[in-house]
Each structure stands twice: as C-alpha cells, then as structure tokens.
Design a protein around this ligand. Structure first.
Ligand SMILES: CC(C)(COP(=O)(O)OP(=O)(O)OC[C@H]1O[C@@H](n2cnc3c(N)ncnc32)[C@H](O)[C@@H]1OP(=O)(O)O)[C@@H](O)C(=O)NCCC(=O)NCCS
Length: 190
C-alpha cells in the first residue's frame, strides 16, 4: 500500500486517508447487506454507497476528521468503515462511527479501528469529547461503545432513515476519561 494516503495503523489494520475505487466496490457490498443495515435504514444502492464514501472523505478536508475504510493489513481486504464526523442531529459535537462487513464481525476489528480513531480525536485533533449515536436495539454497536469506555449520556427518540420514530442512545467519552483509561491499560500491560 502506498504510504502517502495512510492515516494511521493499528495492530492488524490500516486506515487510509482516501477512498480508492476498489474500496468502493467492497463498501457497496457492505452497504447493500440487510444485516449490516438492520438499524441504519434500507440497504443502499451503489450510488448511495459511493455518496456515503464521498461524505466520509469530505470530513478529512473540511475538519481533519473522516469516515474512512478500515483495511486488514495482512491481505488488503476492506473490512469496513470507521471514523469521525459531525452528525446532523448533534452538529456541535464529533461522532465516532463504525460499520463493518458481516463476515468481519466478532474479531475485534471495529473496536481496534475505533481505538485508533480515539487516539486521533484526543491527540492530534484535541477534542474535549466524542459521542456515538446508537439505535437502542443495536446491541453489538452498544457493546463496542462500552468496550471503548464510553458511557451512556442520553436516551431519546428520533425519526430514523425509514421515517419511523426510533429509540436512540447517545454514548460519550471525554478526553480526561480516555486519558485515564489509556494510563490504566498501559499500567495493566506493565
Ligand atoms: C457494530 C459492529 C461494528 C460491531 O462489530 P463487532 O465485531 O461485534 O465489534 P468488535 O470489533 O468490538 O468485536 C467484538 C467481538 O469480537 C470478539 N473478538 C475476537 N477476537 C478479538 C480480539 N482480538 N480483540 C477484541 N475482540 C475480539 C469479541 O469477543 C467480540 O465477540 P462477541 O460479539 O461474540 O462478544 C458490527 O456489528 C456492524 O458493523 N454492524 C452493522 C453496522 C452498524 O450497526 N453500525 C453501528 C451504527 S451505530
């Protein structure tokens, strides 16, 4: 992989700065999967998926954020998407988001990518906190947030992508909690 567009690496993943044409094919398959989209709205067309990739990319330019592909370092497989953006429901805050291929669930890849993005958020970007907006019934996503040390800030209801009223949970992690947790983790390793 050309290093010029690498945003950061984790133990098993590479997160790249730019979506490439070959990434978009894999992303379209992920976004067309009804199981992946269970809490996110109807499965997406190719055009909608490409637009979502462009949206994710646009955050790199406008704010140093980005919803970018998470690529397995070992074989270059696009496993999913993870990153930071400002959600239209909470535009004053930065949301961390994740979406992975069904066959990539259950390996810790989403949490690994998200940990990398938290280091970006609280390191280079200097954010005070990040949030994650999750459908109340999306237990796998709630588990990722909890694994990252995020805590529940708010339970509310919103009109979802299919026009129905949906329960949502807003998770939050502050820079101070993240820093204390990072110290704990390194303490445990030592
Ligand atoms: C939400 C989503 C990303 C979670 O994926 P996930 O793989 O369950 O999450 P993680 O990366 O944290 O992996 C944790 C699982 O991997 C297992 N695992 C295996 N190896 C691991 C390792 N080396 N490190 C950590 N976990 C590991 C864990 O035990 C856990 O398994 P479990 O669910 O059986 O308990 C995924 O379900 C998804 O993409 N859903 C559809 C899109 C979506 O809803 N996005 C969220 C919108 S708010």
């Amino acid at each position: 992989m050309d290093d010029a567009d690498v945003r950061f690496r984790t133990e098993r993943l590479v997160v790249v700065r730019r979506w490439r044409p070959e990434d978009r094919d894999a992303y379209a398959r992920i976004n067309a999967d009804p199981e992946v989209m269970a809490f996110l709205g109807p499965p997406m067309t190719r055009q909608q998926s490409d637009a979502l990739a462009r949206y994710g990319e646009s955050w790199v330019v406008q704010a140093g954020l980005g919803l970018l592909p998470a690529v397995r370092a070992a074989d270059g497989e696009v496993l999913g998407m993870c990153g930071l953006h400002r959600h239209r429901w909470y535009p004053a805050e930065v949301e961390i988001g994740w979406r992975f291929a069904r066959n990539a669930w259950g390996h810790g890849y989403a949490s690994e990518a998200a940990e990398g993005w938290l280091a970006e958020a609280f390191g280079a970007s200097g954010l005070s906190h990040v949030i994650s907006i999750i459908h109340g019934a999306n237990l796998r996503s709630r588990a990722v947030a909890t694994r990252l040390g995020m805590t529940q800030r708010e339970e509310t209801r919103r009109t979802g992508p299919d026009g129905h009223d949906e329960p949502i949970v807003v998770f939050e992690l502050t820079a101070a909690t993240w820093a204390a947790r990072a110290t704990d983790v390194s303490g445990r390793i030592r």
